[in-house]
Design a protein around this ligand. Sequence first.
Ligand code: GDP
Length: 365
Amino acid sequence: MKLGIVGLPNVGKSTLFNSLTKAGAESANYPFCTIDPNVGIVAVPDERLDKLTEMYNSAKTTPAVIEFVDIAGLVKGASKGEGLGNQFLANIREVDAIVHVVRCFEDTNVIHVDGSVDPIRDIETINLELIFSDIEVLDRRIAKTIRGARNDKMLAKELDFQQRIKAHLEDGKLAKTIEVADEDEQAWIEEYNLLTWKPVIFAANVGEEDIADDGASNENVQKVKEYAKDFDAEVFVVCAQIEQELAELDDEEKKMFLEDLGVKESGLDKLIKASYSLLGLISYLTAGETESRAWTIKKGTKAPGAAGKIHSDFERGFIKAEVVSYKDLMDCGSMLAAKEKGLVRQEGKEYVVEDGDVILFKFNV
Ligand code: GDP
């Protein structure tokens, strides 16, 4: 799962990206933490995993991870090739969701590319580039579809849909706000992989003084929240500069610093968790002396599919899953006690795995 960080220059993308990967590096202990300077693997914070590690005295703890990509260089005119624009747009096409960083902090030392802090104008500048790029994609699609549409009803229907999306985009609207009429259209729009169809989280980058009340008294943040309502997008308030400082600290120091700031959780932790649920992802857990680990699956995945995340043999030879919910396990204090209380279930192939299930798979090799 991959998330792309976008936004105008100088809004705090790199600062945020660096703190994400730095924080991830320390908690996840991932050797491939920076695959390349713009891609980072980040651990999904999960208290349950820490508790399991304690209960089992596990030698190793492996969290679920998300990949973040810092997509710099999106500027006005990017879709026309300004500043390597097209290359950056191609990078966005590869991600599953977008974190759109918006500058809401005032700081005369940090130049704004358009001369003033105006988050809605900034968002629309970026959106417009994404829309232009999507129109180009549709133009190419339409040119192809049109050839076959005269003799093929299905292609004619698709052509009609493509032209409808194009008109919608030309109105300055995002693909995600179009009404999808039926399953065919749903499948098509998924296939087109349009930039403005991807899920978005706005990260409102505020100054230090605005974190304690979560941006409530920052006018710019309020504007972004109002704006985001129309797309069902979540808005997160972060202070990239503070996150960068937090990323340098160990857990204990971090806790104290957060207390001083008057917040419970770092903005980054909230952002990572939100990204995870935005993508419709959940975690199931495995626990043992060797390793306690969180595994990422899509909501709705059945037991064999979940087993396949560990190893394809587990999926092929799946017999059953021994499942206990994290809460039941903790309430009982041990797996043995949970078994004695009858809280460990034997589940078969049709079982839909839930977030926080602690699972032991039985399989044939
Ligand atoms: P990018 O071009 O979007 O990647 O922006 P950078 O992360 O490089 O940040 C641009 C400048 O803004 C740098 O000088 C940062 O130190 C500064 N900056 C980033 N976040 C904040 C913040 O929350 N508050 C303040 N005052 N400055 C910030």
